[in-house]
Design a protein around this ligand. Sequence first.
Ligand SMILES: NC(=O)c1ccc[n+]([C@@H]2O[C@H](COP(=O)([O-])OP(=O)(O)OC[C@H]3O[C@@H](n4cnc5c(N)ncnc54)[C@H](O)[C@@H]3O)[C@@H](O)[C@H]2O)c1
Length: 323
Amino acid sequence: MSTGDNSTAATERVAIIGTGLVGASWAVVFARAGVMVTGFDQLPAQREHALTLIDTALQSLAQAGLLSESPAVVRARISMAETLDRAIDGASYVQESIAESLPAKQALFAQLDDAAAPEAILASSTSSFPTSAIAGELAGRSRCLVAHPVNPPHLIPFVEVSGAEFTAAQVIERTLKLQRDIGQSPIHVRREIEGFVLNRLQWSLLAEACRLVADGVASIDEIDAALRDGLGRRWAFMGPFEVGDLNAPGGLADYLSRFAPTIQAIATSRGAQPVPLDSEFVEAVNANCRQRWPASEREARLAGRDARLLELAALLAAPKPSS
Ligand SMILES: NC(=O)c1ccc[n+]([C@@H]2O[C@H](COP(=O)([O-])OP(=O)(O)OC[C@H]3O[C@@H](n4cnc5c(N)ncnc54)[C@H](O)[C@@H]3O)[C@@H](O)[C@H]2O)c1
């Protein structure tokens, strides 16, 4: 990957260090986009097992019609190296995917910073450690960042890209571009924050679910039903701002004006800080919605939402292949 960044995914060479569940799936993501991938795992048996995981994933993608080439063609882009140095030789981007241990990741990043090409990006799949904790002491820390996937990334495209203050802006941009080029859906987490974005959302919901169970309001089965058969249906293809925007005739501002008192009461009843629902904030997010979705498109969007819900209902009602 050149620093001038006219690169396309096909010209990248990616090293994946740690080929467990996430590393093997990353290999599929990069290789199906045309990228040459070299994997390395400290356990030789895991290097073999990863190739089996990769073959299985490629076969299932092909069977679902989600692979534009044959599994063999994609598989030919993936190889395993017997040493770390061989894996990163010539790599323009390294996706670290070893176990979630801060000392292990710090030690590996130190090795990578010594041995990888100077222009190579060093990205961590970590679910919890900030870039500053993993790479803060390194001479080459400006090329380090987190690119946190959702497991398995070959089936779930979201990736959160989170650098430290010392991460070069160009490294963030190159990573976002690479992730987009390989078909993922990256966002930029603009400052270091515990849990990044996805787990803050997920764990806020889980925290409230735990409180509801502990308070005897609902059972775990009932709460899972609220998500599986309720909220999750729309959330499969739109987020909470878009849901709110479509759920009141006047859009998101209308929705928030109806429910702000209840949202605020629930938050403060749980001892949380007040939610920023002042008029300035509401106007700003509503304006953002109108930029993304002009008011003139509202009827078509509602029809589109219902069409997706219908497709999803039909998919979920269909017998499972194994049954
Ligand atoms: N599993 C998930 O749901 C998930 C989701 C998102 C991100 N992540 C993150 O991805 C990373 C990997 O998770 P996983 O679930 O694939 O773990 P895993 O245990 O399945 O795989 C980790 C692999 O790393 C190898 N390894 C450990 N230290 C190594 C080293 N120094 N050099 C080379 N190989 C080494 C291990 O042998 C193992 O095969 C973690 O940081 C995790 O937090 C996991």
